[in-house]
Design a protein. Structure first.
Length: 181
């Protein structure tokens, strides 16, 4: 995506929202990197929750849309889904083991590399496809649904595993977008 394309997006546009979340994820990884002890564990929890909502939202709203509506996009989407699946697996293991575990440092390094590369791939290959093939209203509806999911997760501290967070994200988005399950 070009700088100009990004600047022109409305605040509630799904692509603008996802780009902001990518920025937040980068900052949250930095926060984990520079924190220690209990603060590091907290910073990781925040990052993990954000990642779970973000990736579930993309799996629900962005990837299917690109795959269904845009010719030849199947390969791009399949590659992104594979990356997300890997990241989810690692994230789940890390949450189970906790930030005190001896493998945490190397795991967080790997997660960071993988997730940030994945986000770059989306920004370069997928988001432009969405911008070219959707109208503003459609993108705003997607953005609104994702925002509702973020809010639902932020206010439900009982959801602790990535899977539970992802399931709830999907439910809220489907509900908002009138898809049902
Ligand atoms: Fe993603
Ligand atoms: Fe993403």
């Amino acid at each position: 995506m070009t700088e100009k394309q990004m600047e022109q997006l409305r605040e509630d546009d799904v692509v603008a929202l996802l780009l902001r979340q990518h920025g937040l994820v980068r900052e949250m990884f930095d926060e984990v990197d520079k924190s220690k002890g209990a603060r590091r564990a907290e910073a990781f929890q925040r990052l993990a929750r954000m990642l779970a909502v973000h990736e579930a939202a993309e799996e629900e709203v962005v990837h299917p849309y690109v795959e269904e509506n845009i010719k030849g996009a199947k390969k791009v989407v399949q590659a992104r889904l594979r990356e997300e699946k890997e990241a989810k697996k690692l994230l789940t293991q890390m949450m189970e083991r906790g930030a005190d575990d001896k493998s945490f440092d190397s795991d967080i390094e790997k997660l960071k590399t993988d997730v940030l590369e994945h986000a770059m791939n989306e920004e370069h290959e997928e988001f432009p496809i969405i911008l070219e093939n959707t109208g503003e209203d459609q993108r705003r509806a997607m953005g609104t649904a994702i925002k509702a999911a973020v809010h639902a997760i932020a206010t439900d501290k009982d959801l602790t595993s990535p899977q539970a967070i992802m399931d709830r994200t999907r439910d809220v988005i489907n509900d908002k977008m009138g898809k049902g399950r």
